[in-house]
Design a protein around this ligand. Structure first.
Ligand SMILES: Cc1cc2nc3c(=O)[nH]c(=O)nc-3n(C[C@H](O)[C@H](O)[C@H](O)COP(=O)(O)OP(=O)(O)OC[C@H]3O[C@@H](n4cnc5c(N)ncnc54)[C@H](O)[C@@H]3O)c2cc1C
Length: 327
């Protein structure tokens, strides 16, 4: 009888392991169930190693490689170190969820570690020693497909949420009681001095073609707030904008600024989060069909221009909004 050696797959989780959300767990569940006959699975993550036990015991993960000493915002600074760890683990294939940050990081890793990069894949199947991948292009008007022979070059594949959400594989979340001893490898990256904000990662934007623009102001407080906007963008089709105060505080890049000295926008819906509604900002959004504002200050001027107003802490609002959309 002829046995085919399983290939080694590595699943990269880009958020801290203690923040792992249901979508990430569904992603791991999908891959490990669907391709269990072809791959063995390791996970690469960062954060608290205790949390990794859940993953390793519930999804048949061989080894959880856990990087310590790096915070979410800093991960992009470590692509070289990450590439070295990946070369050490030597997977045949790396899977990750598709988003801006991951694609920037893994795009760089693919160069350092010599992997072929396939980003934003919308369908993934196995047939006759090949992975069959599909990608939707040109605003989902066309689909291109390709067969990737497993024995050929090493690959990085990032996939969209729709793959596991539309799959027949039942999504299971970890069973808290099923915690044995996990096989964990620890790596430590020395912290670097320079912090860069997540808001500056996404440099391309397309305000003209966006039906929904979600803009963050100084009320988002830090780049973590913009991190949530990037998370939101993965779930719904929207573009991310910013007020000048957010840009000046370096939590968003200049090309996201909307207003008198930024860009003028006319989306179907403009969602203003933690923006006070200064006249210079309002000047850029008056062409929007519907304006919705979230601000903790009931008196904020933005409510004078809004069709709908929500008096709330913007972070609480985003947590709940993302949770509802993800479900
Ligand atoms: C010549 C000139 C040109 C300008 N051009 C522009 C421009 O193009 N675009 C632009 O945006 N601005 C422009 N400005 C700046 C503008 O005047 C304002 O300073 C800026 O728009 C304020 O941004 P903001 O609303 O994010 O910040 P802030 O005015 O500081 O408001 C922050 C808001 O967040 C709310 N908030 C705080 N914490 C929370 C929370 N946890 N939850 C919910 N809400 C919270 C607060 O209640 C507040 O309303 C210009 C100014 C000048 C002088």
């Amino acid at each position: 009888m002829l046995f085919r050696m399983k290939k080694k797959a590595l699943i990269l989780i880009e958020t801290r392991i203690d923040k792992t959300d249901n979508q990430t767990l569904k992603f791991i569940n999908y891959l490990t169930k669907k391709f269990s006959g072809i791959f063995t699975f390791d996970i690469l993550c960062f954060g608290n190693q205790n949390k990794t036990e859940k993953l390793s015991n519930n999804y048949n993960i061989e080894v959880v490689h856990c990087i310590q000493g790096v915070d979410d915002d800093q991960f992009k600074l470590y692509t070289k170190e990450l590439s070295e760890v990946i070369c050490q683990i030597a997977p045949d294939i790396i899977f990750a969820r598709s988003n801006y940050l991951v694609e920037e990081i893994l795009g760089t890793v693919s160069v350092y570690a010599n992997y072929k990069f396939y980003g934003g894949i919308s369908s993934l199947n196995y047939d006759d020693d090949c992975l069959c991948v599909e990608k939707n292009i040109l605003n989902n008007c066309y689909t291109v497909s390709k067969r990737l022979a497993l024995d050929e070059e090493k690959k990085i594949i990032t996939v969209g949420n729709n793959i596991w959400n539309n799959s027949e594989i039942k999504a299971t979340l970890p069973d808290e009681s099923n915690l044995n001893h996990a096989n964990i490898e620890l790596y430590t990256f020395a912290p670097k001095n320079k912090l860069i904000s997540v808001g500056t990662y996404a440099n391309s934007n397309d305000f003209n073609n966006s039906r929904l623009i979600v803009s963050g102001g100084k009320g988002l407080q830090s780049s973590h707030g913009f991190n949530q906007l990037i998370e939101l963008k993965e779930i719904i089709d929207c573009e991310i904008g910013a007020s000048r105060a957010a840009v000046d505080s370096e939590i968003a890049s200049k090309n996201r600024q909307i207003g008198q000295t930024g860009q003028t926008v006319q989306p179907e819906v403009y969602l203003a989060l933690g923006i006070s509604g200064a006249t210079q900002h309002i000047a850029g959004i008056l062409g929007s069909k519907i304006i919705i504002a979230v601000n903790k200050d009931r008196q904020a001027n933005i409510f004078n221009y809004s069709d709908y107003g929500i008096v709330a802490d913007v972070s609480d609002f985003l947590n709940e909004f993302i949770k509802q959309l993800s479900n």
